[in-house]
Design a protein around this ligand. Structure first.
Ligand SMILES: NCc1[nH]cc(CCC(=O)O)c1CC(=O)O
Length: 332
């Protein structure tokens, strides 16, 4: 869209429309609402547990009873969706990752609980093997190689177990080739036609995931890095190819991850494809902002400003650990 060239000063004074709050709101081009937010939550076994994560101030691993209470509060404040990430007990992390598709695993129990108690809230899942893998990788590892097709078969089993439990949105975050098509074919065949896929399509091999790996207990276990499956941070066109491929294979929505350092990718995805586009404001972004706010180095206002930036960059919504706090801040 061409940007109109204003009349010369003083006919044009761009400050006229910035003079009062009412005028500024009247001409605001973008807005964040609580309904745009998906809240990623770390869950664990136990009862009444809220276990702090050192690298994510204000974020805790929650037992399912606490998770349900907090989800209900966030939903009452307008947050429409929750995304579940399990902290898996060490004895359930194995080479074959079988816990990932156990119908009674922590995530699947959490889905059932949420759908029974808070049916209006959308439940999103994570599909990748890392919380269950002995070596912290998203796929099976044999002789130091990440196996693609064998991993996809496992991801399909994981997806079907999550659908059985009642998931609304599947979130494949593993970056194996062909997983969207395989999951889509399997969910269609099994009668889960209504389940949506939000593909982690443009997922970069980022150092901003560090605190998340602490949160799910994968950081001490991860052998090597994820550069053979996640996208090189140098590559914009490759990220767009990933999005095109995932849409062709049946993704309903796509995600760019991380968020703030990749706003150019968000804008490109929206402009090129015009599909529902999400950004993940990842754990490292949260840690930077929350850590600085905790020390008084940055004011609380950076939270909503950082979320607004995603809307301006073309995103329809954001996965953010700030979701409950942001929803509260948006009410006042
Ligand atoms: N399947 C792994 C997964 N799913 C979501 C995140 C990161 C989220 C965050 O940093 O907040 C990761 C980490 C990784 O790829 O190592």
């Amino acid at each position: 869209m061409p940007v109109h060239t204003p009349a010369p000063y003083p006919a044009a004074r761009l400050r006229r429309l910035r003079r009062t709050g009412a005028l500024r709101d009247l001409v605001a081009e973008n807005a964040v609402t609580a309904a745009d937010l998906i809240w990623p939550v770390f869950i664990r076994e136990g009862e009444g547990v809220e276990e702090p994560i050192a690298s994510m101030p204000g974020v805790n691993r929650l037992s399912l009873d606490v998770m349900l209470k907090k989800a209900a509060a966030a939903h009452a404040d307008g947050v429409g969706a929750i995304c579940l990430f399990p902290y898996t007990a060490p004895e359930l992390r194995t080479e074959d990752c079988a816990e990932a598709w156990n119908p009674e695993n922590l995530t699947n129990r959490a889905i059932r609980l949420l759908k029974a108690e808070l049916p209006e809230m959308a439940v999103m899942t994570d599909i990748a093997l890392d919380p269950y893998n002995i070596n912290g990788h998203d796929g099976f590892v044999v002789d130091g190689q990440i196996l693609n097709d064998e991993t996809v078969e496992a991801l399909v089993k994981m997806a079907l177990a999550q659908c059985e439990a009642g998931a609304d949105i599947l979130g494949p975050s593993d970056m194996m080739d062909g997983r969207i098509g395989a999951i889509r074919a399997a969910t269609e065949a099994a009668g889960f036609q209504q389940v949506a896929i939000l593909s982690y399509a443009a997922k970069f091999a980022s150092a901003f995931y560090g605190p998340f790996r602490d949160a799910v207990g994968a950081s001490g276990r991860l052998v090597g890095d994820k550069k053979t499956y996640q996208v090189n941070p140098a590559n914009r066109l490759e990220a767009l190819r990933c999005v095109a491929r995932d849409l062709d294979e049946g993704a309903d929505m796509v995600m760019v991850k991380p968020g703030m350092p990749y706003l150019d990718i968000c804008r490109s995805v929206k402009d090129e494809f015009g599909v529902p586009t999400f950004a993940y404001q990842v754990s490292g972004e949260y840690a930077m902002l929350a850590g600085a706010m905790e020390r008084g180095w940055l004011g609380e206002a950076v939270m909503l400003e950082s979320l607004l930036a995603f809307k301006r960059a073309g995103c329809d919504g954001v996965l953010t650990y700030f979701a409950p706090a942001a929803a509260k801040a948006l009410k006042v």
